[in-house]
Ligand binder design. Structure first.
Ligand SMILES: [Fe+2]
Length: 250
């Protein structure tokens, strides 16, 4: 889908001024990557690590979104599209439905390496975009956007938000009986990742019913997360969620 067909999100789409990043910002990026990558090489899902290579992420330079998108688009049709900041829900869903991931271009400062209240380019690109190279995940995320963009009922959107939270943001997968992380909130936060792999968080097998009845908590480390056995499971769960939403049963 071209930009011209986007309406709700069009005012938020910007250009990334790559040459404006300072050497200090590239150094902060390198430090952010350097403090999580050794753990991720042990604990991240294979699909995430493959995506990292496919999109050509560099460890010591901030990502150029045009280059990332040029490598990603031929694989799955997704792009990483620069936006001015936090998007209202309809604009966010519209972009997902168009396989354009809304990507912030600012980077946290050295003083807040571990946490930022709003997503920055490290969370968005390092955390999210590698998974968009995986065909099934790519399909799931577009479908999520298509379903949500057609819904206005707050209660329905809150339930669908739980599905997003416990997959895209904080999802786990079981690989040969080992728990691996793929959610961006785990990938881009050393503390969240260690909370899971250090055994401080209960892990249940993914079940759509349980996910939908588990509220999201944003102000503490997770005490319960969900592990899929393959990404087909979230693809199927999204179709089931859509059927339930259409039938007023979500
Ligand atoms: Fe995120």
């Amino acid at each position: 889908m071209k930009t011209e067909t986007l309406s709700a999100s069009a005012p938020y789409i910007i250009k990334q001024d790559y040459s404006a990043y300072t050497e200090e910002q590239h150094a902060v990026w390198a430090e952010l990557v350097g403090r999580v990558l050794p753990e991720l090489e042990k604990h991240a899902a294979r699909e995430y690590l493959e995506g990292f290579q496919i999109i050509g992420l560099q460890k010591d330079r901030l990502p150029n979104l045009e280059s990332i998108s040029a490598r990603l688009q031929p694989r799955t049709g997704w792009s990483s599209t620069p936006v001015s900041g936090f998007l209202p829900a309809p604009a966010f869903f519209e972009m997902l439905a168009a396989r354009r991931f809304p990507t912030t271009t600012w980077l946290r400062s050295r003083e807040s390496l571990e946490y930022t209240p709003e997503p920055d380019i490290f969370h968005d690109v390092f955390g999210h975009v590698p998974m968009h190279a995986h065909p099934v995940f790519a399909e799931f995320l577009e479908h999520y956007g298509r379903v949500c963009v057609s819904k206005e009922d707050e209660a329905v959107l809150e339930k669908l938000g739980r599905l997003f939270w416990y997959t895209v943001e904080f999802g786990l997968i079981r690989e040969r009986n080992e728990i691996k992380v793929y959610g961006s909130g785990l990938i881009s936060s050393h503390g969240e990742c260690m909370n899971v792999v250090g055994g401080h968080c209960a892990i249940h097998d993914f079940s759509l019913d349980e996910v939908l009845r588990t509220p999201v908590k944003v102000d503490e480390l997770h005490k319960l997360l969900f592990a899929v056995s393959s990404f087909d499971q979230i693809y199927e769960a999204m179709h089931e969620a859509e059927r339930r939403a259409m039938g007023g049963r979500l």
